[in-house]
Design a protein around this ligand. Sequence first.
Ligand code: FAD
Length: 450
Amino acid sequence: MKDQPALHAAAQAGPVIPVFVYDEERGGDHAYGAASKWWLHHSLESFGRSLGKRRAKLVLRKGDAPQVLAAIAAQTGAAAIHAMRHYEPWWKEAEDELRDALGDECELCLYDGNYLLPPGSVTTNSGDPYKIYTPFSKAMLDRMPPRDPLPEPETIHSPDDWPDSDDLEDWDLLPTKPDWAGGIRDFWEVGEDAAHDRLDWWAGEVEKYDDGRNLPSVDHTSRLSSHLHWGEISPATVWHRLKDKRSDGWKTFAKEVIWRDYTQNVIDQFPDYPRESYRDYDERTLWRNPKAGHLIAEDLECWQRGMTGYPVVDAGMRQLWKTGWMHNRVRMICASFLVKHLLIDWRYGERWYWDCLVDADYGNNGVNWQWISGTGVDSNMFSRIMAPLTQSEKFDAGDYIREYVPELADMDDYCIHDPPDDRRGDYPVKMIAHKEARERALEAYRASKD
Ligand code: FAD
């Protein structure tokens, strides 16, 4: 309820009917993933409870969002719909459809606030939006801090009559047969209060970020990504809570939060970015296609299940499966392994992360995948191939591996990153040797540019 410009404006305008429409079709190939549904269920539950304490309700409806909202507006005689603006192409389309459906009877008022600054508003001297992160980041820093966060609305007046609401349980957002969400439940507290508690904790930790953010075993990161993605806390709130810290940790952290704004600027300019490569490679030559043969499909499955034989990759993929989240350094190592070591099209990885991450975000996921695979407008060179074993050692991933790969729990420090074949027990041998994978990737890259 804090720093929610749409709710704030609605509360000032008159009685409010808070509505959430579960539109499961609209995202198409980016409809809510399984882990996102889990988070969404708990987030709505928590929001409904907070509204209940203010004697308000959360009206839940399932269906096509513009049609459902227009119908509620017509039924209740609402003068306006206040909502946060979104940048995913399907939500932009929904906003246009809703405006048309409402006609002159009811006004659609859209608000910014999910990002530090509205995507598209920070431009080069010639007035174009930025494509490259570094100049974008400098321009953003010049315009910081963001606006002050808004308080919770003082009062939320209820309407005389409440429209009907669905029962959240009937939406089947939670897995039941089987219930695979035990690890996710243990790892997360969902909702606005949890987000603010997390930020309070992080205010005492942020100074360690510069040194600790790349070390998955200690993991000095904020774990705020899901709260930010689901609107449980605003980036302006995060910025203002931390901005007086003078540490290098805060300065580095601020640039990561700006990355989040950057990715939305990219999808605002290139709405299909999480689906299309933006470099001139012959992708038919570059990628091994899992649909073209069962061995390639099995390679993809080994990666998804954390059975590649590279301990740090497997720890990451199993952390993702178990908790719905993965440490950023390891997200990069695992993504690079799929596209460079296995030469599998980045879109297969993007979809897997999309389904498994509780923070799955169209912009952040797509832009980071293209950055790793060397196919985007601002990306790493394809020929820069991360060496997973060196990364594991350099970033001291031993305890992280012990936690998520129990087969290796007793392995000594000196061999945990690359156990000898005769000490692996049930743990698989490497799918492909690093040198061989590297040469194969570079050869495919050369061929794709001929
Ligand atoms: P912190 O390190 O504490 O960073 C603070 C905040 O900054 C994060 O919460 C996040 O909102 C933002 N941020 C940090 N790094 C990035 C980044 N590289 N790009 C954009 N924003 C960033 N992040 C998502 O939120 N959703 C995704 O779907 C997603 N997919 C990714 C896919 C790949 C292949 C890679 C390499 C990264 C992806 N990230 C994604 C970015 C990053 O890994 C996560 O934001 C971060 O790990 C979340 O943990 P945290 O909150 O502890 O981050």
